[in-house]
Design a binder for this molecule. Sequence first.
Ligand SMILES: [Zn+2]
Length: 498
Amino acid sequence: MTRPPADGPLLLRCRTLVADAASAPLADAGVLVDATGTVTRVAPYALLADKAPAARTEVLDGVVLPAFTDAHSHLRALPLAEQDVADADLESWVVRLTGATALDPGDDALVAADGLTATGVTTVQAVHHTFAGPEEYTASVTAVARELVLSGLRAQLAVGLTDQAEFSPETASGTRGTPAAPHRGLRPDRLPPLLAGLLRSAGRWPGVRIALAPVAPQWCSDEALDALRRCAADGVRLHTHLLESPHQRGWLADGDDPVARLDRHRLLGPGTSAAHGVWLTDAETALLAERGTALVHCPTSNLRLGSGDARVRSWLDAGAAVALGLDSQHQGPPDMFAEMRAALAAAERAGGPLTSREVLAMATEGGAAATGNTGRLGRIAPGHRADLVCVAVPGGIGTDPVEHVVHEATHRDVSDVLRAGRWLVGAGVTLRGAEANAARTRLRAALFADRAARARRMAALAPTEAALRALLDDTNTRRLPPNDRTERYARTRDRGEA
Ligand SMILES: [Zn+2]
């Protein structure tokens, strides 16, 4: 499937080109790509027909769009149902997740990356988090990075740091009946040497950029946040979960809140992106927009974990850069088109509708902004990398190709995916499909072998989950500001969506 190596310009003849989310579609368009994988010209095909040799001219017979960025992932290969981790509210789900089978990180990343490229993603921002010590942490990041390089996926791999309050709020310490709060994780002083070693190795991982993640501000001590800031001062990007559930505002002691805390530690800025943001106030959204911190919307994940619907309309209106993230919450193959539709549906529920072009912009230019790739990715335009996806439209596209793609397409319609002018998917076949299938078989064998032990671990977690649930139900009304959003959360929960 891999095309011949580049020797001279590549000319792509596109049946319909959507060069970016805002531009009018072009019929029979040409995209000229130089030997480095950068777009040099976009014009009617007839004007470019003599600019490349016939052997370097390829027809893309469908709707051609900028390739997608999945701006929030955990690079999980398999749906969590296969791990017996059922959907629940976020806090219970985090407890359940600790009972899951530890899988080979390389195989996990290989299968996850293969699924993402198949749906038109060429860039992923992934949080990689373990509770292991520095050596094991380095080994697992290395295994993941190697697979990402082989898959051809461009990646920003955010190494997660947590050192406190894994399950229960800081505010609950000492409360009778509080579930055990193991403080597992990396000591903050271990972070700089771990990062330095990874940055040295990253030279061997083309296309993979090492970043850092506080995972979530409520799970990090002040010392940990300071360590992150010192590392970020050298230009390392940051990615974090932020106000995903309504409980996280009351998680910190002394009335502190996650956004103010990140800002106080000078962790908000254009080098940071934050995922979820369901419970941001308008003032906090305005602050994030002012700081240049991109927000990553994860509508499927928010729905499945009962977190609520983010008010994305208000983010866009505030001028924030907004990206889209699958959060590894797929139940079948990952599908960026379904995620765009989930964003439309979530916006309707939240009372601030979005247009098809706005959600396409989130999946493309917004993703570029959230990964520090503005001006380089997210559009098919001169100076940008030739990252694009071709969506087959056997039944025709009606009047508007963007409406068609956002409303009708699925991952199965992706025929071609190019990263920097190189094919990652051709005729619907991924670069590493066979290896991914073998890895998937190994992962499922590991899950099967561990099934009895996993069942025992899950059973042992039930009391922790119940105690946490009781604690949060009890404190929910006391800690949350009594506004309509709290009531909306309760309604969502009562409808059984949580
Ligand atoms: Zn996440």
